[in-house]
Design a protein around this ligand. Structure first.
Ligand code: HEM
Length: 488
């Protein structure tokens, strides 16, 4: 066990779960285990053991990492006092699959929760906590390779099988060559930095701690909403006093909300489509398919930002996140306004001609992404030409999309609804995110506009390449709060 960084004493890194503050890149194999509680008391005795094994923010254990999150129903069934349940934010109480939220997130048609592999109806707001497939816990296990992961999994499974927990879904997460996602683009490059934790970057990319961890000030100089408990419900005095209401204890301190979505990717159709469309609008380019696909993403396959190298990929810039749009690319001539990258973080161009205000706004809507691909790549080295020339293998693959934020509504949901899916995003008219978006209002709004001279180029009626196959909202408490849960 090593102490990695100098942390100001006010941030309780040894209580914050490790996955929130680092991505565990050195542990490429993962399982996300969706568990249902069948015996509350047995589960609580398991929680006592497991709380001490959870990886916290200061550790980098060699034997693997372990983190744990709870659904709304999980906390209910474990007996979290009703006052705390009721003080949780609405979106967590209602769940990801609540009817109007399905429309808001674009989970319609084939992505509708009724077709999900897991997580529905338990996330629909119906009181189904007793259903045998209800997801109460998400246990995240990370290891250095697949063999080590399976060994760890067998041990941990033996412990929860005998402690009142049933496995509802076992989801894998892995890293692909070049840290790419299945379409073949390097991922996990842009991340907001958390003030006071780890390496720091530019002021515009460093967010207040409370944007991602409860119990600390956020970008509004306020403490995020947090679930509260009366002192008489904390007989062992395990929880801290709440800064929001000093007559209450703070169950949320050092915790965060985790959004988990299994997003299936249709790799063959993606590359076939950009190949056909690329030939139409970029016949002058060396590789029209890759050129168009990179415009859609906002980075080249290597990860290099097209804002910095608009004409050719440049692997030397593959981890480059040090750029803004206002000076070099205000109108999206290099990186289109509607690209995935620019929609999900417009950086300093969110408000026209107001760099400072743009950054102030976008910093209130950032998410920390910790997802990983699942399934085998369609072609081993993710080469687009091989995909185009080859056949579809009909295997399942995609992204276990995971993000952390202290307000699901203001951060993840806003990005998904108002930025990714919005046809009128920043002056566009009938577009949506060409990579992952789909306007839930429907018809003929799935276009992609590419600013260019003498006239813009357009790709029309983009099919849906990414489908939601399951998901849930979770709360990932601080480690002391898990001990509290085990004690009530
Ligand atoms: C299968 C689905 C998805 C794929 C294939 C995908 C792919 C990518 C890629 C290749 C990048 C560029 C690498 C980087 O900058 O780190 C990226 C960035 C990003 N994505 Fe996604 N993504 C997916 C889903 C999502 C979803 C659902 C959201 C949020 C609602 C999201 C939000 C972001 C954000 C915030 C960035 C960084 C933007 C920036 O700060 O410049 N992505 N994504």
């Amino acid at each position: 066990m090593q102490i990695k960084h100098h942390i100001p004493p006010t941030i309780e890194m040894n209580d914050i779960q490790g996955i929130v503050v680092r991505g565990y890149g050195y542990m490429p194999s993962a399982y996300y285990l969706m568990l249902s509680i069948t015996n509350v008391n047995a589960c609580k005795s398991w929680l006592v053991q497991v709380a001490d094994q959870l990886t916290h923010g200061l550790e980098k254990p060699d034997e693997g990492c372990l983190n744990l999150a709870f659904s709304n129903y999980g906390l209910k069934i474990l007996g979290l006092p009703e006052e705390a349940q009721n003080t949780f934010v609405r979106e967590f109480r209602e769940g990801m699959a609540k009817d109007y939220r399905q429309r808001m997130l674009g989970d319609i048609d084939q992505s509708a929760p009724a077709n999900w592999d897991y997580g529905y109806p338990e996330q629909s707001g119906k009181d189904t906590q007793a259903s045998e497939n209800a997801i109460h816990l998400c246990l995240m296990v990370f290891a250095a390779d697949d063999a080590a992961l399976d060994q760890r999994y067998q041990q941990i499974r033996a412990s929860y099988d005998t402690h009142g927990l049933r496995e509802v879904a076992k989801l894998e997460g892995k890293t692909l060559p070049g840290r790419k996602e299945h379409f073949g683009f390097r991922d996990g490059i842009s991340q907001p930095m958390i003030e006071g934790i780890g390496k720091q970057s530019s002021e515009g990319n460093t967010c207040k701690t409370g944007e991602f961890i409860l119990g600390y000030l956020n970008e509004y100089e306020q403490y995020p909403d947090t679930p509260l408990v009366s002192p008489q419900h904390d007989q062992k005095n395990l929880l801290p006093i709440s800064p929001l209401d000093p007559s209450k204890k703070d169950f949320g301190k050092n915790g965060t909300f985790m959004v988990f979505r299994t997003l299936e990717q249709d790799v063959k159709n993606f590359w076939d489509f950009v190949n056909e469309e690329g030939k139409k609008i970029y016949s002058d380019k060396e590789d029209p398919a890759v050129f168009l696909a990179s415009k859609m993403v906002g980075r080249w396959p290597s990860g290099a930002p097209i804002t910095k190298c608009p004409f050719h990929d440049n692997p030397a810039l593959s981890d480059d996140d040090n750029f803004y749009y206002s000076k070099d690319d205000p109108d999206g001539m290099k990186c289109p306004i509607g690209s995935h990258l620019r929609r999900s973080n417009a950086r300093d161009t969110f408000i026209k001609d107001d760099v400072k205000e743009s950054i102030r706004v976008t910093k209130r809507n950032r998410i920390i992404r910790r997802g990983r691909p699942y399934g085998n790549p369609l072609v081993p080295d993710l080469n687009p030409q091989e995909v185009i020339q080859g056949k579809n293998d009909e295997q399942k693959r995609g992204l276990q999309f995971i993000c952390f934020n202290s307000s699901i509504a203001r951060q993840f949901e806003l990005v998904q609804q108002s930025w990714v899916n919005d046809p009128k995003f920043l002056g566009l008219y009938d577009d949506s995110d060409p990579l992952i978006g789909h306007d839930p209002r429907g018809f003929q709004t799935n276009n992609f506009t590419i600013p260019d001279t003498p006239v813009r180029r357009r790709v029309m009626n983009i099919p849906r390449f990414v489908r939601t196959k399951g998901g849930a909202y979770f709360f990932m408490p601080g480690i002391k709060a898990i001990k509290y849960l085990a004690s009530i």
